[in-house]
Ligand binder design. Sequence first.
Ligand code: RFL
Ligand code: PHB
Length: 394
Amino acid sequence: MRTQVGIIGAGPAGLMLSHLLYLQGIESIVIENRTREEIEGTIRAGVLEQGTVDLMNAAGVGERMMREGQFHHGIELRFNGNGHRINMYELTGGKQVTVYAQHEIIKDLTAARLHNGGQIYFGVGDVSLHDLDTNSPKIRFRPDKDGELHEISCNFITGCDGFHGPSRPMIPANIRTEFQKKYSFCWLGILTQAPSSAPELVYANHDRGFALLSTRSPEIQRLYLQVDPKDDIANWSDDRIWTELHARLETNNGFNLIEGPIIQKNIVSMRSFVVSPMQYGRLFLAGDAAHIVPPTGAKGMNLALADVQVLARGLQAYYSSGKTVELERYTEKCLRRIWKAERFSWYMTSMLHRDHQHTPFERAIQLAELDYVTSSRAAGASLAENYTGLPMDL
Ligand code: RFL
Ligand code: PHB
């Protein structure tokens, strides 16, 4: 098999890249080791920056998002029993975020690729990358997990295969630098069949730990609790989850958290991670394959989609005029923005979680930070600018 761009991974990065290349008349093949049902059913991100919404619309795949998504002008930060609204719309001169689930984006992009004749191989096995420092890099894989080995000969390979995929380790260790921070807590996430308890997202810093109230639709809500990394989901009965959510989200003026049946629960780990460079020879990494943020800033998928916009432009320049300068600058261009999102995600995480290693001094500083950001227009504007998404060239 031959193609211009071989794409490993059918997450938001891989599918959007394939779609953007299609719009520019560039061929690609996507290979994905999970089934279509699995990728379309995995619950992950929910908050889209304005730039992501603009990209979905410009690429012609935003119709359902505009119909079913929820548009939020602010968020609430809750601490010491009081809620404080950050009016992002006003502080940023008209920017907002959209709540629309990642797996719905996956469904929209998969449907668009297949409708336009795109080739996606789901459920493949034994994926490996070869000849990355030549003009004809190759991907080998088994279309059926126990079947024959196939080879795709490409002009370029893009590693959109998430944090655990095979692409990143192909950048030789002697030129690869990895920056990493682990956190001493995880998130327990639930989906519940209940009406929404608040008009906007609520991020709560409570003595018992962080809690987040988010949403998916008027009927389904998404909530998170900070838990210990060694904790096991088996320790968390539905009753215990609700008791803890009530305690952490309570306010001095009687906030009413509406309960419903819990239809999904899991524990997710938190880390910050960046690899540099994000490219080697004819291999380019995009999204979680190259960087991870803790979810507190709601940045991961937005960053993945920003990377592939830069990459699609570089590939377009290459195919239309043979120019490689944009591709050569891919890492530099992406990392400038990625590091700012890493900073913001680390900041939100540090400000909102209870760290049991904190001294009373550090706990007081954390509450002072929350007081500052919710009472100073300048600090609130900085948070709002980052949360709704920095411009592509910042
Ligand atoms: P993905 O989504 O991990 O997709 C990678 C794909 O590659 C496949 N793969 C392989 N395919 C072929 N061969 C192999 N050997 C392969 N190995 C792996 C995988 O099966 C998968 O389908 O990476 P991508 O495309 O870079 O997208 C990144 C986002 O998924 C991620 O950053 C976000 O989910 C992060 N995130 C959030 N991001 C936001 O922008 N806003 C949010 O509100 C937000 N909330 C979240 C989040 C992530 C969370 N979790 C579960 C970590 C909330 C949570 C709880
Ligand atoms: C979500 O709805 O899943 C969500 C919202 C905000 C975050 C992280 C996740 O910061």
